[in-house]
Design a binder for this molecule. Structure first.
Ligand SMILES: CC(C)(COP(=O)(O)OP(=O)(O)OC[C@H]1O[C@@H](n2cnc3c(N)ncnc32)[C@H](O)[C@@H]1OP(=O)(O)O)[C@@H](O)C(=O)NCCC(=O)NCCS
Length: 180
């Protein structure tokens, strides 16, 4: 993805100097497991994570303009399907210190706009574990369309959990973005 900007945020490539800010929240299993990531047990692991993400260009740092601080990441990942449709999986994670300020929705709107208007993708997926009400709230606020519940497709803390699936097609994006 390319560099983007919103009112309060800069979305840009990860840099190695971001390692401390990334480690600050990725060390917590509860936070990163929600987006299917392994938690970071050292800064070295965080640096490997940054290298991995830089090699794929699917993830951007979410940087708070007023502090010039990385407060999370946002990813738009390619998915595989038999019809070769361009369907991308959107996910975001915000450092819990900054939760509840609308930063994830602000970043997601810009990335969804990029996905449909620049990349011309067919569909954007946004799912979450069934108990993840915060993510569910963000999906609903942004007008993502509920697709359904996949039963027992993940294991979280040793327990099977359902996945709640949301998505946007271009026509949904056109409608939803009128209210953004
Ligand atoms: C989901 C997430 C990205 C939302 O980021 P955010 O910038 O805080 O988004 P918002 O400010 O819109 O807040 C979302 C909701 O969380 C609620 N919230 C904020 N802090 C909270 C807390 N400590 N405990 C519970 N809910 C909280 C807000 O009240 C808001 O609910 P509302 O929309 O009904 O008012 C963030 O919670 C997060 O990083 N979670 C862990 C990773 C994850 O679950 N990612 C999504 C799956 S892809």
């Amino acid at each position: 993805m390319k560099k983007m900007e919103t009112e309060r945020l800069v979305l840009r490539k990860l840099e190695h100097t971001d390692a401390i800010d990334v480690f600050e929240y990725c060390q917590f299993e509860d936070i990163v497991d929600m987006v299917g990531m392994r938690h970071h047990n050292s800064i070295e692991f965080t640096n490997k994570y940054i290298n991995h993400e830089l090699s794929k260009s699917e993830t951007l740092a979410i940087v708070l303009k007023k502090k010039d601080k990385l407060i999370g990441t946002i990813s738009l990942r390619e998915t595989q399907n038999d019809s070769n449709l361009d369907i991308r999986l959107l996910s975001a994670v915000i450092n819990p210190i900054y939760w509840g300020n609308g930063y994830a929705p602000e970043a997601i709107k810009e990335v969804v706009k990029f996905a449909f208007e620049i990349e011309k993708v067919h569909k954007v997926l946004g799912g979450h574990y069934s108990f993840n009400n915060q993510s569910g709230s963000v999906n609903k606020k942004l007008g993502f369309v509920y697709e359904g519940r996949q039963r027992e497709v993940y294991i979280y803390k040793g327990k099977l959990v359902d996945a709640i699936e949301y998505s946007l097609l271009f026509k949904d994006y056109e409608e939803a973005s009128k209210k953004w």
